[in-house]
Structure formats: structure tokens, C-alpha cells
Design a protein around this ligand. Structure first.
Ligand code: AHR
Length: 488
């Protein structure tokens, strides 16, 4: 039995809705096939965007979408992706399988997608192989409402009004695929490029400094010294592997030690954030600058028989459990983590949606985001609970991960049970009376179960029974599950 106490009067900060952001790159079948099929496709679409995928994603109320990469961003030249499609030049997507990119999905198509999803755009600019002028012109093309050659070119291409664009990333992984730069060199490049990212709209642009990989604290230190001064925040990329980069493991592994190792690695996100927070706090004690974890998620070996450059993997209850642990960590650091973008939205890495031709499935990670979406823009609440643990092959992991939040007098408590063997009786106590409570849980028969095309879903949320008595809710938290308890 585990007792969880929620102190509703002790608020710990606002959970930025942007923590539930997504990322879509020109990589594998994420954009093409997964989202954009073109106006002439037999797959039902609106202006080229798949109706089934867009309609499923709309239910997640995605707050922000990062595009066009990733590594692709520092190889992308926006002018190739505007104007009549049959005149757009082709290019080779050298980062991702050397496939030919026809540029049919460009700036106008991205904003069309943003509109159809009801989300906000976050564009990542090209520092690695682009020019300052190219970046400044792109911003003017997108956001200037007056009479200028670039704004008029946008009009000629079919969009009269300027688009609203708040988030702009100045390069991606410039320590690696974005130019293999030293931090000091990138810092200078950031200062030059960012000077020319003008504010044409009503709101100042929230510029994002290209941040470190995982635990590279030196990179963060350099970015906090100068570049961050004219920026909204600094990015961080941190993926979770079964063991490590060289041993990513299978996305459908049912090996128990793989499971423990994976969960243990997901928990590392907390230490990584603390490491960077310590540096950010020294330079920015008032916490005005955001930590933008704009790439995170589980990264496994590609599914056998698929293109190694396409990063296509399956998605099981393990992904949902890791996802909840990670989102809880972000929420626990909500005074610093302003945005996070899971990689990636469709068909790549820890995706929400997988497609095969005209077929589509919602993954366990999709359902996780749906179950947790009410945390967006709510107040994080103080909680206390028993620190139960379990151990396998010398790896000890906590049994529970729990978060609680409040918005407009309604409470959402999300929790997972990492045990593969034992259900847990939960006594959830609030310091206020409860009128109604309900719970949905997602579990599976095996840790390697996933949702298959043309079959009933093996992993999806189901309502479970709860009993309410004054200020207490009792229920059974199933083994290897993620649950969301809504309370009024
Ligand atoms: O998300 C896949 C890739 O991972 C991105 O393109 C890159 O930024 C990161 O290394």
C-alpha cells in the first residue's frame, strides 16, 4: 500500500504548457507520408495534410511545434521551399538517409499545419550552412506586415497577412551536426545571427540559443555568459537509450534488465537538469531565462528491415512510463523548464502516431500526452509519498513517480507504477474534501506490447474503479501502468 498526500494549498509554480511541445523534422517518414501526403494523394487530406493524423493530434492540444529540424535545420535553405511546387529545387537530405527532398513541404505548408493543429510555431534557423542574410530575410518574409519586397513575395505566394511567430531557434546542435563548433565560436555566431532576427510582430521574438548536449556544462556556461542576454532561453538535448548511445537496444525488448536500465536512464534527466540549472541560476538568479529541452525521448535501434536513416521505432508501455517520468521531472523544474519538445511527432523515435500507407495507429506515448494534457498551464502542487523502490541486477528504481496540479479548482494527479510484477493499493489524500474523482490507467499484458495496424489497440487508457471518502481516493494502481486521476 502506498500513501500519497497532496497539499493543495502549497503551490510550487506554474507548469508551462510548452512542456508538452512536439518536434517534426524532415527525417524519414515524419513530414512526408506521416503528416504531408500532398493535395493529389488518395489519402484523405486538407491542403496536403493527412486528415486522420491531424485530427488525432488535435486532441492533444499541442502547444508548440518545432520545425524543420534537428540536424536538417542547419542544411535547410528556406527559399527552396516557397513558390510553385513544381519549380522548387530538390536537395539531398544528407543527414537522414541521403533521400531526395523535393521541398514540397516548406514555410507555407508548415504554417498551414500549425493552423490545422491549432498550435504555435517554433522555427529553427540555419546557422551551420546558412548566412545571416538568409536568416534575417526568412524572419521578414514570415512576420512583416508592411510593404516590403519580402512581405510582397509572401503575398504573391498566397499568404497576405504575416504569420505570428514567437519562438526562433538560432541553429541546432552546433556542437555536432550544426557545424561542429567550439562553444566560444558558436557564442560569437549566435551574437551575430541573432542581431538580425528583428521583431516585426507585436511581440518580441523569443530567441533560443543552441544549447548543450546532455551533460556538457561547459557549453551551458559559455552560453550563459553572453549569448543568453538577448534570448528567451537556452536549449538542451537529452535522449534516453536502453544502455547508452552505442547500445540503444530494441524498442520492443521484453528483457527485464533492459527495462530497469532504460527507466534508470530516464531518471537521469533530473540530474542533467539540476546540473544545468546550477549554472543558469548563477547567471540568472531571477530565473528569467528558460531551459528549452527541445529534443528528448527514447531512442532505440530502428525496427529491423527499416531504413537506418529513418529512425523508425515501435512504442510500448515502457515508452509511456519513461515519458511520464520525464514529464514529471520537467514539471518539478517548472521554474526553469519553459519548453520541451518530444522527438518526434510522427513515425520517428518516440512518436505519437505511426503510419503505414493509409493506416495509422496511436501509440502509448500519444495516450500518455492525452492523459496528462490538463497539467498544461496549471499550478504544480506539493506532494508527499512513500519512496518505495525495487531492484534488479543491482539497479534500483523508484516504484512510483507522482505529480499533482490544480487549475480552476480541479486537480489532476498523474502517477506511474514501474513494477513489472506488483499492483499497488493507493491511498490518495488531499487536504480538502473531494466531490468527485475518476481515474484512467494504461497498462499492458507484456512490456513489449504495442498497438498494431488493423488490430484492436493492445495499449490504451481504460477507466478504473475508485472509491471516494471525504478527502481520500482509493484505487489499485496496476503494475507497469501510467494513470491519471481527475478530482473536483
Ligand atoms: O531527432 C533526431 C536528431 O537527433 C535530430 O535531428 C538532432 O538534432 C539530434 O541529434
Amino acid at each position: 500500500m502506498a500513501k500519497i498526500k497532496v497539499n493543495t494549498s502549497t503551490k510550487k509554480g506554474k507548469i508551462s504548457k510548452y512542456i508538452y511541445g512536439q518536434f517534426a523534422e524532415h527525417l524519414g517518414r515524419c513530414i512526408y507520408e506521416g503528416i504531408y501526403v500532398g493535395e493529389d494523394s488518395d489519402i484523405p487530406n486538407i491542403n496536403g495534410m493527412r486528415c486522420d493524423v491531424v485530427s488525432a493530434l488535435r486532441e492533444l492540444e499541442i502547444p508548440v511545434l518545432r520545425w524543420p529540424g534537428g540536424c536538417f535545420a542547419d542544411d535547410y535553405h528556406w527559399r527552396d521551399g516557397i513558390g510553385p511546387k513544381d519549380k522548387r529545387p530538390y536537395m539531398v537530405n544528407t543527414n537522414w538517409g541521403n533521400v531526395v527532398e523535393n521541398n514540397h513541404f516548406g514555410t507555407h505548408e508548415f504554417f498551414e499545419l500549425v493552423e490545422q493543429l491549432g498550435t504555435e510555431p517554433y522555427i529553427c534557423g540555419n546557422v551551420g550552412s546558412g548566412t545571416v542574410q538568409e536568416m534575417r530575410d526568412w524572419v521578414e518574409y514570415m512576420t512583416f506586415g508592411g510593404d516590403s519586397p519580402l512581405a510582397n513575395e509572401r503575398r504573391k505566394n498566397g499568404h497576405d497577412k504575416p504569420w505570428k511567430l514567437k519562438f526562433f531557434g538560432v541553429g541546432n546542435e552546433n556542437w555536432g551536426c550544426g557545424g561542429w563548433m567550439r562553444p566560444e565560436y558558436y557564442a560569437d555566431e549566435y551574437r551575430r545571427f541573432s542581431t538580425f532576427i528583428r521583431n516585426y510582430g507585436d511581440e518580441p521574438m523569443y530567441k533560443i540559443v543552441g544549447g548543450p548536449d546532455r551533460t556538457d556544462t561547459n557549453w551551458m556556461e559559455v552560453m550563459m555568459q553572453e549569448p543568453v542576454k538577448n534570448a528567451g532561453g537556452v536549449s538542451l538535448h537529452n535522449y534516453t537509450f536502453t544502455k547508452d548511445w552505442g547500445n540503444k537496444g530494441s524498442s520492443t525488448s521484453d528483457d527485464v534488465s533492459d527495462y530497469y536500465s532504460l527507466i534508470n536512464n530516464a531518471l537521469e534527466m533530473d540530474k542533467t537538469i539540476k546540473m544545468h540549472e546550477e549554472i543558469m541560476d548563477r547567471y540568472d538568479p531571477d530565473k528569467e531565462k528558460g531551459l528549452i529541452v527541445d529534443e528528448w525521448g527514447n531512442w532505440f535501434d530502428v525496427m529491423p528491415g527499416t531504413n537506418p536513416g529513418f529512425l523508425y521505432q515501435q512504442n510500448t508501455i515502457r515508452d509511456a512510463i519513461c515519458g511520464m517520468i520525464t514529464l514529471h521531472i520537467f514539471q518539478n523544474h517548472c521554474d526553469r523548464v519553459y519548453m520541451a519538445n518530444i522527438a518526434q511527432m510522427v513515425n520517428v523515435l518516440q512518436a505519437m502516431i505511426l503510419t503505414e500507407g493509409e493506416k495509422m495507429v496511436k501509440t502509448p506515448t500519444y495516450y500518455l500526452f492525452k492523459m496528462m494534457k490538463k497539467h498544461m498551464d496549471s499550478e504544480l502542487l506539493d506532494i508527499e509519498f512513500d519512496n518505495l523502490t525495487h531492484t534488479k541486477d543491482g539497479v534500483t528504481i523508484p516504484k512510483l513517480s507522482v505529480n499533482a496540479s490544480e487549475k480552476s479548482g480541479e486537480y489532476l494527479v498523474t502517477m506511474c507504477n514501474t513494477s513489472l510484477d506488483d499492483d499497488e493499493e493507493i491511498v490518495l489524500e488531499l487536504d480538502t474534501d473531494i466531490r468527485v474523482a475518476s481515474a484512467v490507467c494504461m497498462s499492458a499484458n507484456s512490456i513489449s506490447d504495442y498497438n498494431e495496424f488493423d488490430k484492436d489497440e493492445a495499449v490504451c487508457p481504460k477507466e478504473i474503479a475508485v472509491s471516494v471518502d471525504k478527502n481520500t481516493v482509493k484505487f489499485t494502481l496496476p503494475k507497469m501502468s501510467v494513470c491519471a486521476i481527475s478530482i473536483k
